[in-house]
Ligand binder design. Structure first.
Ligand SMILES: [Zn+2]
Length: 357
């Protein structure tokens, strides 16, 4: 047997074993991707035509905002219209309303509705921040997500093999004055929506109250797959988020509308953020919160889609120095291995939402 020095053998062995592939900007439209948090609320096809050419599938998400069941039905219907036009590219997540919370038939009504959506192939159910921040029972008490009245609904969703998606609470910035917020998009949003700017409403539940109610709900439902929208409202610290993901194995998070907070943390400690994405590569779903209400020009719409999708691809696959209007400092892309990108941009959506492929 020929003699090879040990160091040489190890170098060849380890070198081959750990060689990573990386994507480039040129791969953007070649790689299959899923945006798991989109709101198309129009019949027009512009959004999905661009999605198709950029190799994006989408999950169109319904929710209850201010108009109870009308919101739920309307938003869900648009998702279904898109799904009929693009059956290979569009999936839906439905929702339910708590506007008739104290109606004695509320539970049956919710389950009948969800059942009809599941029959049509809806992948899951979204609950929104109206729970915890807006919706009240007939006594005037805020409805919180750990209320036992939700238990049979969540058990039903679990038994049907579906996923619960939750936008619960808000970014921590919501409880801070405008000039202390870490991202420009949060500052703009809460300036436009003082009703949701909790810093101005000290009588309302605190950030911690919201997170604790959500965590108690997760404790009660360990077998319910849960996708925490907007980084599970723990967008301000990858360390804190890691603790939650360790504590709740049934929890994953989507990145929708919170890339600013990721950029902000990356500008301060890129290695830590990069390590987080590698360590939790099975628990993070790419998402944007992009919307089409049918009232912008195609040019504007496509500009907005490029601004998000191409910016985020660049951030995750390259180590370019970048700037974004979301924050006021420069930052360096994470350049994650292609195997990690494939999970965050595709595989995790398939797994967490049970998409049949
Ligand atoms: Zn959304």
């Amino acid at each position: 047997m020929k003699y090879y020095p040990l160091v040489f053998v190890l170098t060849v062995f380890l070198g081959c074993g750990t060689e990573e592939n990386y994507y480039t900007m040129e791969d953007f439209s070649k790689v299959k991707k899923i945006d798991t948090h989109v709101h198309i609320e129009t019949e027009r096809e512009n959004f999905m035509e661009k999605a198709r050419s950029d190799n994006f599938e989408i999950i169109n998400v319904s929710l209850e905002t201010k108009n109870g069941w009308d919101d739920v039905h309307r938003k869900y219907r648009y998702g279904n219209i898109q799904k009929k036009k693009y059956p290979d590219l569009v999936e839906t997540v439905t929702a339910f309303s708590v506007s008739d919370w104290d109606d004695e038939h509320w539970k049956e009504k919710v389950i009948t509705w969800l059942d009809s959506c599941f029959q049509e192939g809806a992948l899951g159910v979204k609950v929104w921040k109206n729970i915890g921040m807006v919706s009240r029972d007939t006594m005037g008490k805020l409805i919180m997500i750990d209320d036992p009245k939700f238990d049979p609904i969540f058990n039903y969703i679990r038994d049907q093999g579906k996923t619960l998606m939750g936008h619960l609470g808000e970014p921590k910035n919501c409880w801070l004055p405008l000039d202390s917020m870490t991202t420009n998009n949060d500052r703009g949003y809460f300036e436009r929506h003082p009703e949701y700017h909790m810093y101005k409403h000290p009588e309302m539940p605190s950030y911690e109250d919201q997170i604790e109610a959500r965590d108690r709900m997760l404790e009660k439902n360990p077998d319910l797959p849960f996708v925490g929208a907007h980084i599970g409202s723990i967008e301000w610290s990858v360390d804190e988020l890691a603790k939650r993901l360790d504590k709740f194995p049934n929890m994953s998070v989507d990145l929708a509308a919170r890339m600013g907070q990721i950029f902000y943390q990356t500008a301060r400690d890129r290695e830590k953020v990069r390590e987080f994405f590698i360590n939790y590569q099975d628990r993070i779903l790419y998402a944007t919160d992009l919307a089409d209400h049918g009232n912008s020009s195609q040019e504007e719409l496509y500009q907005g889609m490029d601004n998000n999708w191409k910016r985020d691809w660049r951030f995750f696959v390259t180590d370019d120095e970048m700037e974004s209007d979301l924050i006021n400092t420069k930052f360096i892309g994470l350049k994650l291995p292609a195997s990690v990108i494939d999970k965050i941009f595709y595989g995790n959506a398939v797994r967490w939402f049970g998409i049949k492929k």
